[in-house]
Design a protein around this ligand. Sequence first.
Ligand code: C2O
Length: 529
Amino acid sequence: APTKYFDFDVSEDYGAPDCVEKVIRLINNEWPPKPMHVNTGDNVVITVRNKLFTESLTVHIHGLLFKGAPWADGAPHITQEPLPPGKEQVLSFNVGDQVGTYFAHAHNNLQELSVYTPFIVHDDNMEMQALGYHDERIITLSDNYHRDTDALMAGLRGPQYRWTGDAQSLLTNGIGSFQGPCSIRPDGQPYPSSWSITEVQPGRTYRLRIINAAALGYFQFQISGHRMVVVEADGMLIEPFEIEALTINSGQRYSVLLTTDQPPQDYWVNHQIIWRRTGPQNGWSLLRYTSANIPFGAIPVVPSVLPPRLPEVPDYMERFLLPRLNDPRGVVPPATRQLMFRFRSQASPATESRVRWTFNERDWRDPVNTIMLMQKLGQLRTPQDAAHGQVVHLRRGEVIDVIMQGQTNQMGVCEDHPIHLHGHGFWDLGSGPGTFINEQAPPVPSVAVFRDTTTVYAYSNLNAAAAAPPGTDCGWRRFRFVADNPGAWLLHCHIPAHLVNGMAAAFLEIPEDIPAPPSDINNWRPISF
Ligand code: C2O
């Protein structure tokens, strides 16, 4: 198989992704960074260099399975210790038969929210034929805080506990506008644009690969004047269905087909937060039809008045999400073991005042040693030895039914949570309000969409008065996966501010078959110039 080489240098500098200056992180000296493109079956070699001033780093590619290469997963303290500043490391793996839309992001502390870029696995002949599109565009949706990540981290982990609050702006492909258009940077140079522009030609069909890389935003995504046909969810082709508003949670990806059959001009594209409605309302970008009058790359003429907020639609996509007919990956096997994770936030014991997010009453804290390495060295007597949080041992071939039971937080409020599993896709088997009870649960469907990030719904409004004591059941989500990938894999909330307060557990899967670690594991080279 061909080998694709990438550099992934992470550094920091002043920047203003939404016209307000702050310290930002760059990938390969750029923001926004360039997407990474590979083909099915490629070997991939990524040299990660930590050029940050103080913070250790890991890089994870969200949704990839890392079969046979679990050491490349980038889960901090699980598959490696974080890479210190001034060091470099090589991640190498084969993408196997995976195809579709993924993204690379940093994973230590709150790095998810500031370091991310699309990672696309192409399989052109098959996909072009199957989906019938001319070309494709990537639209990465995210959010942006004006405080830098150190300040946010100090609030979450410090003794006084300060919630991050809402982001200040919503970005598209890494840029946006806090309060209307900005034209002059603090250094006096003009910005190329305050809004991201997706250029298309009239009379064609495009595949838009939409990625939610947000820290907090659960988004509704719409393109004015156009409907979309949804064809991919988290790397799986699905039975196409038409929609006017896509709902997408942090960590999820969809591809939609867009036909450019409207009069050639600019169209507003909007992503808005559908659940934490106190959040920013500036998630705008432009879809531009290029033509003789509006040539490719033209300086944008941006309307000075923003369109009004679009009506919020409920997340009705879920009921349409079905695997393609005859796709054997969609067939759900019977479970051999059920695991229940009850999660909630609670105040810490008197010795510390910060909030802990617990899975089955245990919050994940960075263990002192890499779990997988300890296993390999025989120092892990029981999986639980590794960490303060929960580590569940899985045996080869087990079919694991996971129930995520959401509970009220320390304020007695139910919240929406995007839940992501490393190292696996899973059959997403539905959700319901209240308490999960096996005998009363809806029947498990015989086919289901196979994805890697799903939502445990709040089933109530964020602003509803705290009606229940902390730890009351809000709603549940069920999914299922086969233990067939030796490694140690994180299961966590994809809201980084919840993750850093412990909202995670890990699976130690088929440990006897975990391959030997790379020779430089946890003993990183200095950056070579
Ligand atoms: Cu995109 Cu562990 O996350």
